[in-house]
Design a protein around this ligand. Structure first.
Ligand code: FE2
Length: 162
C-alpha cells in the first residue's frame, strides 16, 4: 500500500531568501512567512520537482541541524502513513487539494479531518525532542504541491500504522 518515498534536492534558480523564511516560521511569524511563500509560489520551477506516480516526493530545500524545508509533490490519491512530527511543523498548500486527518494517540483515535486548498496552511508547536507531535495522515484528493517546514527531519517522524 505504501510506496517508498523519494527524496531529492530542489535547487531554486532565483535569489529567494529561504533562510529568512525558515527563521520567520521558526519564530511562528506565520503571516509574514506566508507573504514570502506567496512570492516563492509564483516562481517555483515545477519541471525541477521530482514526481512519483501514486505517491509523493520530498524536494528538499534546506536540511540542517536547526530545520527542514521542502516542497512535497503529490500525485492524486497519494497517502502518507499516520505519522508524528517534531515540535515545530508547518504545511502550506501551494496548489491542489489535500485531506488532513488529525489523530490522538493512546489509543490512536481520529479527531477531525479538514481539506486544505490553495493558500491554506496548518501549523503546530508541540513538545520539543518528541517526534509524536501533530499526529496526522495526509491524502492528496488531486495532484498537489505543498511547502513544509519542520524543526527536524520529517523522515524521523513516528509512524503509527505499520
Ligand atoms: Fe505530516
Amino acid at each position: 500500500m505504501f510506496k517508498k518515498i523519494h527524496n531529492t534536492h530542489y535547487t531554486h534558480s532565483t535569489d529567494f531568501d529561504f533562510k529568512t523564511l525558515c527563521v520567520l516560521l521558526h519564530k511562528e511569524k506565520y503571516a509574514l512567512a506566508i507573504e514570502r511563500i506567496k512570492i516563492l509560489a509564483l516562481d517555483i520551477d515545477l519541471k525541477a520537482l521530482l514526481f512519483d506516480q501514486c505517491s509523493y516526493t520530498r524536494n528538499i530545500i534546506i536540511n540542517n541541524h536547526s530545520y527542514w524545508l521542502g516542497l512535497l509533490n503529490w500525485d492524486k490519491g497519494a497517502t502518507t502513513h499516520i505519522h508524528g512530527h517534531p515540535d515545530r511543523a508547518f504545511v502550506y498548500v501551494i496548489k491542489g487539494r489535500l485531506m488532513c486527518k488529525d489523530f490522538d494517540k493512546n489509543p490512536l483515535t481520529k479527531l477531525r479531518s479538514s481539506t486544505l486548498v490553495d493558500g491554506a496552511c496548518q501549523y503546530s508547536n508541540g513538545v520539543k525532542g518528541k517526534m509524536d507531535n501533530y499526529i496526522h495522515q495526509i491524502s492528496a484528493i488531486e495532484s498537489s504541491l505543498s511547502l513544509h517546514f519542520y524543526s527536524d527531519n520529517p523522515a524521523k517522524g513516528e509512524i503509527f500504522d505499520f
